[in-house]
Design a protein around this ligand. Structure first.
Ligand code: COA
Length: 154
């Protein structure tokens, strides 16, 4: 059973595990330290409390195990940007696809967005598969990244 949920202070060690190993290969960042993970969950909760919310970050919870995060950035023009990060030992079990599907529903209902965009590095085809399976359309390469789009159904 997979669920998206807000992050709590107690999630910091799990977040640190997510941002480590092979998972950070395409994220252009080093592995997260314990302090960075603690700061991260505090920052995420501050963003969640903003009005309006510009950045949603939700934990991907599988039977009580926090295996990753999904992110939704909101632009004032009704467009949102989607991204996702899964802990390495949880890859290949459709968790990212299920989580992004839930995030898309959230984006077009609770967040009230009209369209979504996402991108991935050309050397990261698994990320492209996730977007394709969720229904995103591939637009082409922009600034070295493969860009995708999804519009809300009328
Ligand atoms: C990309 C990522 C989120 C995928 O998570 P996941 O839970 O393994 O994804 P899913 O299991 O839902 O789907 C992965 C799909 O990619 C496919 N895939 C995996 N490796 C692949 C590869 N090297 N080439 C092509 N397809 C690949 C899988 O077969 C699956 O597709 P299928 O269901 O059609 O068989 C995860 O690998 C990750 O967190 N990577 C590091 C962070 C990252 O890249 N985030 C995205 C930034 S744009």
């Amino acid at each position: 059973m997979i669920a998206l949920r807000p992050l709590a202070d107690a999630d910091a060690p799990a977040i640190r595990r997510v941002y480590s190993g092979a998972t950070i290969t395409f994220l252009a960042r080093p592995a997260m330290t314990s302090q960075e993970a603690e700061d991260y969950v505090v920052r995420v909760r501050e963003w969640a409390a903003a009005d309006p919310v510009e950045q949603y970050i939700l934990g991907v919870d599988v039977a009580g195990d926090l295996v990753g995060v999904v992110k939704l950035g909101r632009r004032p023009d009704g467009h949102g940007r989607v991204s996702y990060v899964l802990r390495e030992d949880c890859w290949g079990q459709s968790y990212a696809t299920k989580a992004v599907k839930e995030l898309v529903v959230f984006a077009f209902t609770t967040a009230g967005l009209d369209s979504l965009g996402a991108k991935h590095h050309p050397d990261n085809p698994a990320s492209g598969r996730v977007l394709a399976k969720v229904g995103f359309t591939r637009l082409g390469i922009q600034r070295g990244m493969i860009e995708y789009h999804l519009a809300a159904r009328p």
